[in-house]
Structures are given as C-alpha cells and as structure tokens.
Ligand binder design. Structure first.
Ligand code: ADP
Ligand code: MG
Length: 726
C-alpha cells in the first residue's frame, strides 16, 4: 500500500550518525583559513595595494584600476595556492538566495596556449544577465543588463574550488537589484549621523558601525522523509498533517541533549563555517522537536549579513552528507513553534564604545540614553516600515502564532530602564532652561542607571523588539529572511532619527542653552512622544492586542497589507533623503515582495490541490470501500442492527472527501480569477484574500481524514515521524 511512506521511514531509521573528521588542531588555527583576510593580504599584496583595501574599508576611499589589478593578482595567487580554478561574483539578488556564476581563471591565448588570468577589471566589475532576477518592473523601463561590483568591505573567500567575491548587484542605469547596495548605503548613513551625535560626547569619535549578531533557528528532517512529502520538498512547509499526540507540550527538547546524529551534523558544518571565517559559537536545541539554533559572535553588520547568507548554504550542503534536510521556513509545521532569526543590533564607535551600553558615569549614561531614546523614537515613528522589512509568506504564519512575537511592533526596555525614562520625563520642565534643582535631580537619575543592565530574568521573550542590556534584539525577523532587509530599515530609520535629533539639539544650543541641557530637552520630548511603542507585558496575550489597538498601534497581519508601508510618503521620503533607495527602487521592492507572495501562494495552492486529488482522496476512497464492504457484510449478518459505528465513520469520510473535492475546485477557480488581474497589488490581494484561505480550510478536512483512515494506507509521513525521527 503506502509504500513510499514506509520505505522512507525504513530508510530514515537506517540513517545513523556520521563519523565527522574534526581537524586535530584547535579552531583558532583553522579559523578563516579560506578567507582572504588582512593577514593574507599583507602576505600577497604590495604595501600600497594593501593600504588601499584598508582605506576603502575604513574611509570609503575608491580603489583605482591599477591598484585593483594588483589586488586581483594577489587574490588570484592566494586562491591558486588553495587549488582554486574558478572565481565568481557572489551577490544577494532580491529573491532571497545568493547568486553565483563561475568563470575559470583559465583563458586560451592567441598562440594556442593558455594562461590563468584574473585582472582588476574582472575583480571590480562583471555583467551577469540581470533579466532573470527579480527586478520589480525596473526591467521594463530601464536597461535590462545589470552589473556586479566588488564590495571590498567583505573579504573574498573560497568554497570548494571557487573564489567567491562579495559584490553588489545593480542595473545598468544604477538601480539596486540586490540587498547589499542599500545596506551599505544605510550603514554609511548611520555612520554619518551617529558619528555627528557621538561627537557631542567625545570629539575623538570619527566612525560608528552597526553590529549584528543573528541567531539562526532551523528544523532538521530526515532526507528520506523530506522527499516523501511533496509539500515539504516543493514549498518548504507541510501543507497538511495532523498534530502529533506529543510534540512540544513537555518542553523537553529546549536545551536538551543534542541527539548524536544532529550533533555530528553541527560539528561538521561548524568546522566548515569556521574555515570560512564565520565565528559560530552557540548551538542548542530549540523548543520544538527537531528544531535547533546556531549563533555566531556578532560582527559588523554587512559582514554578518554575508556570513548569514553563507552559513545557510554551508548548512544545506553539509546536511546532505548527514542525510538531513535543513528547513529554513518560518513555519514548516503547524501547531509547533516556528523559526525566527533574531537580529541582535548595536552601534559602536572607533573608540571602542558600545553606544547602547550604559556607562560608568552620568556623562556616559547621557550618551547611552541619547542613542537608546533615539532608537525608540525611530521605531515609534517608522514601526510600519519596520514591520514591512520582515515580511515573507512564511513569516506570515509565524508572527502571532505559538511563541512568536505578534505582528504589532512594540519595544521592551525592562523595568529598570522604563522607570529611568519615566523619571526623566517627570523631572525636566518644558521651559527653555532647567532650574538648578532639575539639573541635580537629573544627574542623580542618570547616575542611577547601572553599568550592567544585563539581567536575564528581566528578559521578555514575547516582545518583537527588546532591549537586552547592551543591544536591541529584533525578534520578529523570520528564519528564511536575508538579514539585510531588516538591517537596511533599522539602520536607515535610526540614521534619520539621529539626523533630526542633531538638528533639534543644535537649534536649542544656538539659543544659548548648554549642550547637556539641550540634549535633555529633546530626549524628554522624545520619551513622551514615543511612549505608546513601549510595552513591558506579555506580547502573546489578547489583552495586548486590545491595548495596542487602544494605543493606536498598527497590527498588520498580512504580508500584502504590510508591504504597502514601503511606499508610504514617510518611507519614500526617508530613503530618498538619505540616498539609500529612490522612490522607484522602493516601488520595485514592494512589487518584488508582492510577486514573491503571489508565486508562493500559487505554488502552495497547486501542490495542495495535487496532493488532495492524487494522494488523499484516492486513499480515503480505498478505505471508504473497505468500510462499505464491511458495513454490507455486517448488515447481511445482522440485518436488525441499527447504528453501526462503521456507518458513522463512512459518513464522516464521505463528508470530508466531499469537502476536500469541492474546495479544491473552488480554490482552482479562485486562482483563475486572481490570475486574470494584471495590476500586481490587486493580484496579490486576490491571492491573499481569495486563494490563501483555502489552504487552511482544505487542510482541516485532510487532517480529519488522517485521523480516520487506516495508518497502513496513509501515503505521507506523519507529523510524529517528521518531528521525532533522528
Ligand atoms: P539569546 O538566545 O540568549 O538571546 P544567544 O547567545 O543565542 O542569546 O545570541 C546572542 C547574539 O547576540 C549573539 O550572536 C551575540 O554575539 C550577539 N551580541 C552580543 N552582544 C552584542 C552586541 N553588543 N551587539 C550585537 N550583537 C550582540
Ligand atoms: Mg539564542
């Protein structure tokens, strides 16, 4: 009967932990072994060439062609010493994956021979055909060709026999077709405006960088089971499956012992990650069965984003060796926890100060408060945009469901800081100058902020955006996201906010008010203005949803609705003013998201339709026939027996089959209707409102059938098998 499922199960159970060859030396010895690090640059580059890379990094200087040639030669020499034969520009197009096109160093020469060539021109710029990457209509009005250009702030690395060069990817007419271009611009903008503000406190600050530490959650599933579930392999999530009798109720998986087969996989991919310079440090089980997390030490945001993209590739590749599939989807299984990718974010200066860390004295704390309150204000003003930065069809299932933050953006600060802010608010009067008592009181209040706020007991895991002692943790980000999306927005809104703050403070100083006082005045104003975004309670509760509505906070559940914030007048003005993305590029980004949404729902709907008609209904009918024969036989034997339980089962099966069949037809009709719509936003809305709801409704009846039909006949691996086989 259901041979695919049972042979998959048999195969899965035969998969045993793989022997992992862990290098004999300590990780510090092979860390970054495959990266063209500064140390290696010094070895392979001339002094001038090395200096120009460093300057490009630290002072955003341009690298001229001649120097680029030297760098390319050095890079090639280093790569060829590792046995590398090919090179590729490595970039993040807007489909969420990474793209590479490999070219060989090898080049035939006129005299019939060949050389290994890699010039500065090839390092600096290439022209991959842009027409097959999502471009949100830019293609229609602009040049179709795109080019990729080297990002010297992220070092080149070697995967297999290929040298990978991190690049940006833009259209010929200059529009960004990737994540990295606007990310670099947003980080630049943050640097500019945060530095200006940091100089109020320390004239030696000449650079501010954003840091990112991501925590990648994921599920593992046995490869054989994965392929026996067409929904999982085609859409990344299960479109059906009744809950397992036991899943995460006992909370016995979180931080539990890591199963041996999984541990072997982790050791294996971590070695690879370390070789690639990704400083992976933390690994543990997550809440749901077969769910895990990996986190590195935080890094400069652009590099951290590249490393997150890279590690997902590494994990998928290494998983194959262990007969696992890595599920990066936000919600592969209904009813158990989804996967997120918490983005831990902070700002630090070239003088070694974390601007989100409370200091030792009132002065340092005033600086801390300045950056903290401005971040709160930025999130308050642009909460819808921040919400839009984390949309994905997968995250739509996760937000607001089992143990994931709600779709309402709010900020958790912890009781200590909350009361600090409340006190400041109550102490400073709104007159132009402060009275001496006010000044002393304030100094005392600020002095009360303890140097170390990191108190794990005070952590609120239900908040989408939480302060955790020396950084903010943006928890609403989904596991499959490119962190660049939220990082572009977060850094941009904080940059813009700091810019405005500086203008306001300077205007007050000009009136003859002392700097500290002026800063206080503006901070107080912000604390009052942004109060509604602060929430310390349980973000998962209905009370919060009600309270948030009373406060006038948005609660945008659907992706199609959320993504509209990309083109709100405020958003367009913000990105344009900071020179990060033009209104046209924003429009294109919104369109790309809508296109992705439509396609994903379309695929899910087709897969579900096929499975329902070709797997589920035929199976249910077979069992129905068995019951029919059984009922007939029983009636022959016991003509007077009324109410046979088998008859009840038959009725149920017949009912659910009928519902599934009818709804699949209706769903197909809804899809056809939606496909007639040309305007993309309307089409996405039609998919969201008229096609998507069928997915859950059909699933409901299939899951009921799963409970009735003979287990031996059920064709698809069940939740208990997917979640507990390892
Ligand atoms: P938890 O699960 O308790 O939130 P983890 O240890 O799993 O914490 O992950 C915390 C992440 O935050 C790590 O990537 C860590 O490097 C990062 N992090 C720590 N300090 C900072 C900071 N100042 N700025 C940005 N990220 C940070
Ligand atoms: Mg963690």
């Amino acid at each position: 009967m259901a041979t695919v499922r049972f042979s998959a199960l048999e195969k899965a159970l035969s998969h045993t932990p793989k022997e992992v060859v862990v290098p004999a030396e300590k990780p510090s010895k092979y860390f970054s072994e495959r990266v063209f690090t500064r140390q290696k640059m010094q070895e392979y580059l001339s002094k001038e060439a090395y200096k120009s890379v460093v300057d490009a990094n630290e002072k955003s200087c341009q690298i001229d062609r001649k120097t680029a040639d030297q760098i390319a030669a050095g890079m090639k020499a280093w790569a060829m010493d590792q046995g590398v034969t090919h090179y590729t520009h490595w970039f993040h197009p807007l489909n969420g994956a990474t793209a590479e096109k490999h070219d060989a160093f090898f080049e035939p020469t006129d005299d019939g021979g060949a050389i290994e060539n890699f010039s500065g021109a090839l390092l600096v710029q290439q022209e991959p055909d842009a027409s097959s990457f999502p471009n949100g209509g830019i293609r229609n009005t602009f040049e179709a060709r795109g080019y990729s250009a080297w990002d010297p702030s992220s070092p080149a690395f070697v995967v297999g026999k290929t040298l990978c060069i991190p690049t940006i990817f833009v259209s010929y007419t200059g529009e960004a077709l990737d994540y990295k271009t606007p990310l670099l611009k947003a980080l630049n903008s943050l640097n500019e405006h945060a530095t200006a503000v940091a100089q109020y406190f320390d004239k030696d600050v000449s650079k501010v960088i954003a840091n990112l530490g991501w925590e990648q959650e994921y599920f593992l599933v046995d490869e054989a089971l994965f392929y026996a579930r067409p929904d999982l392999s085609l859409t990344g999530r299960t479109l059906m499956g009744h809950a397992s009798a036991k899943d995460q109720q006992l909370e016995d998986h979180y931080f539990g012992a890591i199963p041996e087969r999984v541990a072997a996989f982790m050791r294996d991919f971590e070695v690879e990650a370390l070789r690639l310079g990704i400083p992976v440090k933390t690994r543990h089980n997550e809440v749901a069965p077969n769910q895990f997390e990996c986190a590195p030490v935080y890094e400069e945001a652009n590099l951290a984003v590249d490393h997150n993209q890279l590690i997902t590739e590494v994990m998928s590749r290494i998983a194959g060796k262990h007969q696992f599939k890595v599920l990066m989807h936000e919600k592969p299984y209904k009813g158990v926890n989804g996967s997120g990718k918490h983005n831990n974010w902070s700002m630090s200066t070239n003088t070694g100060v974390n601007l989100l860390s409370p200091g030792k004295n009132p002065k340092a704390n005033l600086q801390f408060l300045t950056f903290l309150v401005n971040t709160v204000m930025a999130v308050y003003k642009y909460s819808d945009l921040l919400r839009a930065s984390i949309v994905s069809p997968g995250n739509e299932h996760r937000l607001g469901a089992s143990e994931a933050p709600p779709s309402i953006i709010s900020i958790f600060l912890g009781s200590q800081l909350s009361s600090n802010l409340d006190e400041i608010e109550s102490k400073v009067s709104l007159s132009d100058k402060m009275s001496p008592t006010e000044k002393t009181e304030l100094k005392l209040d600020i002095g009360k902020i303890p140097e170390i706020l990191r108190d794990n007991t005070d952590r609120n895991r239900t908040s989408p955006f939480a302060f955790t002692g020396n950084r903010f943790e943006f928890r609403a980000v989904g596991s499959s996201a490119n962190c660049a999306a939220p990082m572009i927005t977060l850094n941009a809104i904080v940059a813009k906010q700091l810019k405005e703050f500086k203008l306001e403070v300077d205007a007050i100083i000009e009136k003859g008010v002392k700097k500290d006082e002026a800063i206080f005045k503006v901070l107080k104003k912000y604390i009052t203005a942004s109060k509604t975004i602060r929430f310390e309670g349980n973000g998962y509760s209905q009370e919060w949803a009600d309270e948030a509505a009373r406060r006038g906070l948005s609660n945008i559940k659907g992706m199609v609705e959320a993504v509209k914030a990309y083109i709100s007048p405020d958003a367009l003005a913000l990105f344009d003013e900071l020179n990060i993305l033009s209104p046209r590029e924003m429009e294109a980004r919104k369109e790309i998201r809508e296109e992705i949404f439509i396609k994903k729902i379309q695929i899910e709907s087709r897969v579900l339709g096929d499975l329902a008609l070709n797997h589920i209904i035929p199976t249910a009918i077979r069992y129905q026939n068995i019951l029919i024969t059984n009922v007939k036989g029983l009636k022959d034997l016991m003509p007077n027996a009324d109410s046979l339980p088998q008859m009840k089962m038959l009725e149920k099966i017949t009912f659910h089959i009928g519902e599934v069949e009818r709804m699949v037809r209706d769903m197909i009709a809804a899809r056809k209707e939606a496909n007639k719509i040309d305007e993309i936003t309307h089409k996405a809305e039609a998919y969201s409102e008229h096609v998507k709801p069928f997915l859950d409704q059909i699933r409901y009846h299939i899951d009921k059938l799963e409970l009735i039909v003979d287990d031996e006949m059920w064709p698809l691996p069940k939740y208990r098998e997917l979640l507990f086989t390892r």
